[in-house]
Ligand binder design. Structure first.
Ligand SMILES: NC(=O)c1ccc[n+]([C@@H]2O[C@H](COP(=O)([O-])OP(=O)(O)OC[C@H]3O[C@@H](n4cnc5c(N)ncnc54)[C@H](O)[C@@H]3O)[C@@H](O)[C@H]2O)c1
Ligand SMILES: N[C@H](CO)Cc1c[nH]c[nH+]1
Ligand SMILES: [Zn+2]
Length: 437
């Protein structure tokens, strides 16, 4: 069910191997852009009415209003299963421990006597947090979005998640309960590209936001890419990916279970095994055959594993395996080799790395304390997962005395003239000689 790419004996150039040799989804964010462009434009011009219509088309519910009544958010928490509540509370507690430590402090640098530059970290004022809810529902993504935003000090937090027909058009009650647990009362029943456009442009019901974060399917990721600039976004956190780098020491049952766990998200999810051991590859195939058959969402999982985005890649050495996983830049990378911590320390490109046999991606999805909103589609080579930093902007504060400015004035004038922007130089020299050349 999972295809093979055999790179044994292949050349591994120093600059890294070509990403085109590796598994890649046929329908990607680029391909989805054309589908979401008219949706976003429509929401821009028609506001709530357009969001409601797309909710009816894609989620099968026609809503009177998008804003979830605050009472419904509170009621969802009151009705929450105690076991799920305890698990969410533990997830929040661990996420807070990790994210609280991420906040950067302001740094003031004295450049010269009387001249300082401070980098002041300021939270974004209002954010829109997307919580998926199509094939599955994601209360854990409420935690992963809200905790870093709160730890950064964001004041305005709004959440959007698709309306659910079986809950009268409200988002799933566990999502509402998670919002209540975290003290976030502003929730909208809106999904997909229309929710991202609602946040970006604002509607009659929802004030526009400065930044949108959160995971979602290919349409959500495409809308974030399209509207980036009007709003800030976190990394593109689209359909889930897992890569596993394994040698002959790996346990095939664990590897198969972890590949399946992430293939469970979406038919477009990617599961990639990179291994030095053909015997392990065969054993994982056998495990997959058994475990997929027993899985609840076996059809979705089988489709994801059979897709072009999933494969087993055979290499000669762990070194080559590292070159492959770096070129691929997976959202999640598990290391199942001898000395896994040493191997993990050499990884350059991944959203998150999971070390050894007892750190499965599912742990990170819910309860490790790390964030599960992570870059996909190769974006891990330039972007990070969601963190407190995602919600902060650094403002440079420049403070120079007259003496400190005087000392450097001739250099400013020289550079301004070299750029043929003499008014720049005059703005400095005027302070000392009335602007005469
Ligand atoms: N990278 C990460 O950090 C991360 C984390 C969690 C989940 N995920 C991913 O999030 C995704 C969740 O997807 P989901 O579908 O369950 O929920 P979702 O909320 O992301 O998407 C559902 C919405 O998609 C829209 N949609 C559906 N079909 C459409 C179409 N043909 N045209 C335009 N819009 C359409 C609908 O508006 C619907 O409300 C999965 O791909 C999962 O792998 C990623
Ligand atoms: N694996 C997902 C990130 O790609 C996050 C998640 C939430 N719930 C289960 N899993
Ligand atoms: Zn997951």
């Amino acid at each position: 069910m999972i295809s093979r790419i055999d790179l044994r004996g292949a050349a591994f150039p120093e600059g890294g191997i070509d990403r085109d040799l590796l598994p890649r989804a046929e329908f990607d964010v680029e391909a989805a852009l054309e589908a979401v462009r008219p949706i976003c434009e429509d929401v821009r011009h028609r506001g709530t009415a357009a969001v409601v219509e797309y909710g009816e088309r894609f989620d099968g519910v026609r809503l009177e209003r998008l804003r979830v009544p605050e009472q419904a958010v509170a009621d969802a928490l009151a009705a929450l299963d105690p076991q799920v509540r305890a698990a969410l509370e533990e997830s929040i507690r661990r996420a807070r421990i990790v994210h609280r430590e991420q906040r950067r402090t302001d740094v003031t640098t004295q450049v010269v006597p009387g001249g300082t530059v401070t980098e002041r970290w300021v939270p974004v004022q209002r954010v829109g947090l997307y919580v998926p809810g199509g094939l599955a529902v994601y209360p854990s993504s409420v935690v992963m979005n809200v905790v870093p935003a709160q730890e950064a000090g964001v004041e305005g937090i709004a959440v959007a998640s698709p309306p659910q027909r079986e809950f009268g058009g409200l988002p799933h009650p566990t999502i509402l309960a998670a919002c209540a647990l975290l003290g976030v009362p502003e929730v909208y029943a809106a999904g997909g590209a229309q929710a991202i456009a609602m946040f970006a442009y604002g509607t009659e019901e929802c004030r526009p936001v400065n930044l949108v974060t959160g995971p979602g399917n290919i349409y959500v990721a495409a809308a974030k890419r399209l509207l980036k600039g009007r709003i800030g976004i976190d990394a593109e956190a689209g359909p889930t990916e897992i890569a596993v780098l394994a040698d002959a020491t790996a346990d095939p049952a664990f590897v198969a279970a972890d590949l399946i766990s992430q293939a469970e998200h979406d038919t477009l999810a990617a599961a990639v095994l990179v291994t030095t051991s053909p015997e392990l590859a065969d054993a994982v195939d056998r495990e997959l055959a058994v475990q997929v058959g027993a899985a609840k969402h076996h059809e979705r999982i089988a489709t994801a594993l059979a897709g072009r985005q999933s494969a087993t890649v055979l290499v000669d050495t762990v070194e080559q395996g590292l070159a492959v996983v770096d070129a691929y830049g997976a959202e999640h990378l598990e290391i199942h080799t001898a000395q896994p911590a040493d191997v993990a320390a050499r990884v350059r490109n991944a959203g998150a790395v999971f070390v050894g046999p007892h750190a499965p991606v599912s742990l990170g999805d819910y309860c490790a304390g790390s964030n599960h909103v992570l870059p996909t589609g190769g974006c891990a080579c330039h972007s990070s997962g969601l963190s407190v930093q995602s919600f902060l902007r650094g403002i440079h504060v420049v403070d120079y005395s007259r003496e400190a400015l005087a000392e450097v004035a001739h250099h400013v004038v020289a550079l301004a003239e070299a750029e043929d922007l003499p008014a720049h130089g005059t703005a400095v020299s005027r302070r000392f000689d009335g602007g005469r050349p």
